[in-house]
Structure formats: C-alpha cells, structure tokens
Design a protein around this ligand. Structure first.
Ligand code: IVH
Length: 670
C-alpha cells in the first residue's frame, strides 16, 4: 500500500463508518470493512509517522487511565425546566409569546442518557467533558473517541462546543445485562445507568465494547452566524452527527401539544429511551433576550413523558422452571399502569441478583417498563421498610416436581428430566417460531395435551389422532384437523430447525444454522475438533453438543426419522489442491484469519484448530508460534499466505481490498 492508498483507505473507512453508525444505512459488508481496516492497521504499524489522527484505528487506546481529570466547559451546561401537562405548557408558551409575539419553537426528542460536551478546535475533537455541575465535569476524551457516532474531525475550523446525550440502544442494554448475568456481575438498572457507567470507564476498551451512541442536541460556545436553532442543528447533522429525525418547528402551544402526542406514540419505536420532548425557541436573538434563571434557560423546557419507572409493592415471588431446568424467580407486584400497560409481573433474573439488590417480599420497589425492555425491578426503597418485609429464601426443592435442586450460585436447576415443567416447556419450545413453527401449538394447548396424558415427549405429537383431540375441551373437527395438519407439516423441515428444536444448551438459531451448513443433518457425528473449528463455537458449546449427543443419541435418531429434515444443498468445490484436506491456519495474515478460513472452506477444505499427523497443510503468517513448530516436528507441509494464494489462484490481499476475494467467495457460494 502506498501513502496515497493509505489516505484513500482511511477516507473510505470513515465513509463506511459514517453510513453505518450515523445514517444507519450501511454501504458495505462487515467483511469488506474488516479487510480494509486490517490493511490500514498493517500500514500504520509499518509507518507510524504517517498515521492520520482521525483514522478509525485511533479510536481505542490500550492503556487504562487511573482517574479522570476535571475539565471546565467553555460555556455553562444548563438544565431544563420540566413541564408535565398541557396547562403548564400553555403557561410557559404564553410567557414567551406575550412579549415576543409569533415565536417558533424547535421541538425534538429528549434522550434519556448521560450528557456530554464535545469541544472541537481547528477541525479536530480536542476534548469531551461530562456535564458535572454544569461548569466543570470530567475529561472523558479517550472514551468519547471510541463512540463511533462522534466524529473525530469535522469540516469546521472554529472553536465550538457540540452537546448531546450519550445513550445505549434498548436492545444493546438487554444484551449487556444478559452477558453480565452469565458472568455473575450485577446488572445495570436501566439504559441510562448503563450509558453513564460505560462513559465513565477507566479502560477505554470496555467503553468501546458497549456500543454507545451520541445524539447531538445543541451547541455551546461558538462564533456561528446562523440565526436560527433549527438551521444550526441541520448544520450540526451535516457535520457528521446523527440526526434524531423526529424534529419539528411548531408555531403555537396547540401545535406543540399535537407534536408531543405524535412523539409519545412513536416513543417505543425509538431505539433508545426517550423521557420527553424538548421545546426550544428557534430564534437565537430571542433566546439571548430571554436569557437564564439560576438553573435553566428561559427559552427551553422539557415536556415530560409519563414515567416508565413506577413505584409499587412486591407482593410475592413465584418460581418458574424452564425447559433446561433452570428455576427463575418472578416478582408479582401490586399492578401499576406504565404508559397504558398494566404491569403485574417482573423478572428477578436469579437469586444472586435478589440478594445483591436485597429485595424482600413486601418491599416498595421501582419497576421499569418500556416497550421492548422487559419489566424489571430497578431498585428497592429500603427507607420505606416497616420491618415486616420477608427475605426471599433460595429454594431447595423444585416447585413443580419436588425433587432436590442443584444450586450452582447464579443458576439453580431442577435436574429431573421428567419434571413436568421441563417436559411441557420443551414441547412448547419445540413448537415455537424459532424451532418447528407449528401453528396452533401454543402454551395452553401443549399444557392441555400433556395434562390429558396424550403427549409425554415431543415425538408423541406425531402420533396424535382426531379422536384423541376431539376428546379435549374446546377441540372441534376443524381445530383438531388443523392441528394434526400443522404437526404433519413440520416433517421435511429445514435441518437447522431440527437441530434448534432439540434444545441443546448454548445452541441457538445461529449455531444451529452453522452446524447444519457444516455437517447437514448428521451433526451428531462431528468430532470435537471439527465443531470447535466452526465460526463462533467455543469450548463450552462444543462440550454441550457432545454431552447432549452422548445422552440423547436415540432421541435424536428417532426425531430425525420422524422429521426427515432437509439439509441445504452443498455446492461441490471444483478440483483444487485443498479439496477434502485438513488445514490449520496460524499467525497473523494480511486479512483476518477468518477470511482465510472462509476461503479454505469454500475450496472444500476442513479447517482444524490444532496440528496433528492428519493435518495436510499449515498456512502460516507472521508471529506463528507452537502450531508452526509442531508442523515442522511432524513434517506437515507449510505454506505462507502468498504460497497458499498462489496455489488457489486467489488474488492476494491488495486486490482483496477492492473486494475481489470476497467476490470470489460469494460466486462460489452462489
Ligand atoms: S437541551 C439549553 N435537549 O436533558 C438546554 N437536553 O434535563 C440544555 N437532554 O442535561 C439541555 N435530550 O442531558 C436538551 N434534546 C435535548 C435533550 C437534552 C436529553 C438531557 C441533557 C440535559 C438534561 C436536562
């Protein structure tokens, strides 16, 4: 790569990232981005003096800080006056229109996260400061640089403060908590805490992993001449910041009220939490004349949405036993209305989490619900305790079958495979959308079939007949024959559905698809090494599959016979030196190793993770270690990356940057 190639590659990466993180409209594949990114990394490590400061590689540092320094904002960061109803809105609007006549109001979402002030000078991001007390905050510049929707450089040379809210998408918040649950860490109460906590991590690599998003909402110190806020914000979006999209210039309180209700309807459809709508006078001149109170600007207000966090009382805790035997505590609370939905239950995750939060029956608790955020207890109001609250004991017996539970700490499990709850939930799972997608076989019907003694395990479903179904309450001719047809239609299903429906621990839809592509319906004959070599498979997953196969071999065979699942047709690789060979890849290559692996798989090779006498080739890159030594010791033929490419007639990595290697791969898949 020449210096000019490098500069072009950096520009292209920035463009790709802008489309992905700011416009939500990717213009390339992850694979193509990765290839180019690695080429840029390779060039930068060879010519560190050439590194362009806003190269995407410069976002994540690798030395954790020991504290954050304090830093002053160039101009004060204000709070907002809250408005809660139409009357308060009208009073607020009248106070302004009485003096200034026809004023226009710029309305935009109020994002629920952590505020951040970005200082740009000479086109570069020079400092990022948390709000703090409004005058002085903490310098979190290194962390802010990891946020992909914060441009490292802008096309404006003056000194300017761009302000906004750092948020976490609801979907990412759930994922972070799932991960934390798995690793036994305490959970974030809500996306706002998750965003604020992630922004204040001393290790930037943690911040980088949290997928924070910056939503701009204003400008601090500046020397701009643009006279209206709405135009200033358009200018900010055009600099490369995200556009919140739902913004509007309103002319009256009535107009504001209408737009406020529109936004409330849309609230759940936003990827992040909103807690209201912010109303700001559009004219900068009028803003300046209105000025500020001690805390707030007189030209802006927050018209709050109804809370999604409400106070209620924990009445009791019930225990649910899932198909894998895990016992999950569920809170039954005094019903509360949260944005039009009555919440009566909330997940308590597990007993470690109950103990960590010290949740007791009878406690006053704050509960959170927002569209796709599962209702959860955010915190306990311990100061409201009367002394009559009861500690929630860890269960020792299965609430359904009474057998002794295995307490593994975070997880408590019923080990009785015949436990009614486990059986019924396995059948419900088997019939669910992500498995065999059997129409009409929902929770209630499975429970009815089971309690009538008609279905004890999934294979019994396929023996059901009309007479049996007609004997059940609520089943007439039509409903019975529809169900029998729907069950029969599961035969000949896609192979991955069959694997997923087995309910193997740690093996979900994605893993089932990978297994199916690699081994077809005979996934149960694959070896430890073969499974471990698959993309996204770790030791725990491999062991779970092998153990499942060992214990359930006859069940798998029986279901395979009944279902006759269909594997995708494999494209036979044309003749080449790697077809049918076992290959190990080691050391670093010009592209991520996964790409070389994908190329080999397309060529019909099996990619293994360790070198043995059965290995046909070892393809090695820089810093190859013990696998290289082992190959030398066993006399396994060694190939450099370019020797490998020469043998396959695949182009080398410079042309891969133009997408050729990817295209070769795709054309073989087609
Ligand atoms: S304007 C000049 N606009 O809400 C007024 N703030 O309650 C200062 N926030 O500290 C803020 N979305 O962290 C403004 N569209 C928005 C906002 C917003 C979220 C946060 C911000 C501020 C707090 C005030």
């Amino acid at each position: 790569m020449t210096r000019t190639d490098y500069k072009n590659a950096v520009e292209l990466l920035k463009k790709y990232a802008y489309h992905y993180y700011v416009l939500d409209d990717p213009i390339t594949t992850d694979e193509e981005y990765d290839i180019l990114y690695h080429q840029v990394v390779a060039y930068e490590s060879e010519y560190p003096a050439d590194i362009i400061s806003d190269s995407p590689t410069q976002r994540v540092g690798d030395v954790p800080q020991d504290k954050f320094d304090k830093a002053q904002h160039l101009s004060r960061m204000w709070s907002l006056e809250d408005l809660f109803n139409r009357e308060e809105l009208e009073t607020w609007v009248n106070r302004i229109t009485k003096v200034y006549g026809d004023v226009r109001f710029y309305c935009e979402p109020k994002f629920d996260g952590a505020s951040l002030n970005l200082i740009y000078d000479n086109g570069a991001l020079v400092q990022a400061i948390t709000r703090g007390d409004g005058v002085e905050g903490e310098d979190v510049t290194q962390n802010a640089k990891t946020i992909q929707s914060i441009p490292l450089s802008i096309d404006y040379m003056g000194r300017i403060e761009i302000r906004g809210e750092v948020v976490i998408f609801k979907e990412d918040f759930e994922k972070i908590n799932e991960e934390r649950l798995k690793s036994g860490e305490s959970l974030f109460a809500n996306p706002r805490n998750a965003a604020a906590g992630s922004l204040r991590q001393l290790d930037t690599r943690i911040t980088a992993s949290r997928r924070l998003v910056f939503m701009p909402y204003g400008i601090g110190a500046n020397t701009l001449e643009i006279k209206n806020l709405s135009q200033r914000m358009e200018w900010v979006y055009a600099l490369g910041f995200r556009n919140p999209h739902m913004t509007h210039l309103c002319e009256s309180a009535e107009d504001i009220e209408r737009f406020y209700h529109e936004m409330r309807v849309e609230r759940d459809n936003f990827a992040m939490l909103l807690d209201g709508m912010v109303i700001k006078v559009d004219s900068i001149a009028v803003q300046d004349e209105l000025g500020y109170t001690v805390k707030n600007p007189r030209w802006a207000a927050a018209y709050k949405f109804p809370a999604i966090e409400k106070l209620t009382t924990l009445r009791e805790v019930i225990l649910q036993v899932g198909r894998s035997g895990v016992v999950t505590p569920v809170a039954i609370v005094e019903p509360v209305d949260i944005e039009g939905v009555t919440v009566e239950r909330s997940t308590l995750h597990n007993f470690d989490e109950i103990e960590r939060k010290d949740i007791r029956i009878g406690d006053k608790v704050i509960i959170l619900r927002s569209g796709d955020v599962i209702p959860k207890i955010v915190k306990v109001i311990a100061s409201e305790r009367t002394g009559s609250e009861q500690i929630i004991p860890r269960p020792a017996q299965c609430p359904v079958c009474g057998s002794e539970l295995l307490d593994e700490g975070a997880l408590i499990k019923c080990q009785n495979m015949g436990c009614e709850a486990r059986v019924v939930n396995s059948i419900i799972y088997f019939a669910s959308k992500q498995c065999l997608n059997i129409d009409g076989l929902g929770d209630k019907i499975v429970e009815a079939l089971h309690s009538a003694g008609l279905v004890h395990e999934v294979s019994d479903l396929f023996d059901l007949n009309m007479d049996q179904l007609l004997s059940l309450e609520g089943f007439k001719e039509k409903k019975s024959s529809n169900l029998i047809d729907a069950i029969a239609a599961a035969k000949g299903c896609d192979c991955w559905r069959f694997i997923n429906a087995l309910g193997i621990e740690h093996i979900g839809e994605v893993a089932s698809k990978t297994l199916c592509t690699a081994f077809g319906t005979a996934f149960d004959t694959a070896t430890h090494e073969e499974i471990l070599a698959l993309e996204g498979f770790g030791k725990e997953m491999v062991e779970s599959i092998l153990e499942f196969v060992r214990v359930n071999q006859s069940k798998i065979e029986n279901l395979r016979n009944i279902l006759q699942p269909v594997a995708p047709v494999k494209v036979e690789a044309s003749e080449n030196p790697f077809k049918g060979k076992s290959v190990v890849i080691t050391g670093s290559m010009s592209v991520p190793r996964d790409h070389i692996k994908a190329m080999l798989e397309v060529l019909g090779a099996k990619v293994a993770s360790s070198v043995s006498k059965k290995t046909d080739y070892v393809v090695y890159g820089e810093d190859a270690g013990s696998k290289y030594d082992k190959a030398v010791e066993l006399g396994v033929p060694l190939l450099t990356e370019s020797e490998f490419r020469a043998l396959t007639a695949l182009p080398d990595s410079t042309s891969a940057a133009e997408g050729t290697a990817v295209k070769v791969k795709n054309s073989l898949f087609d």
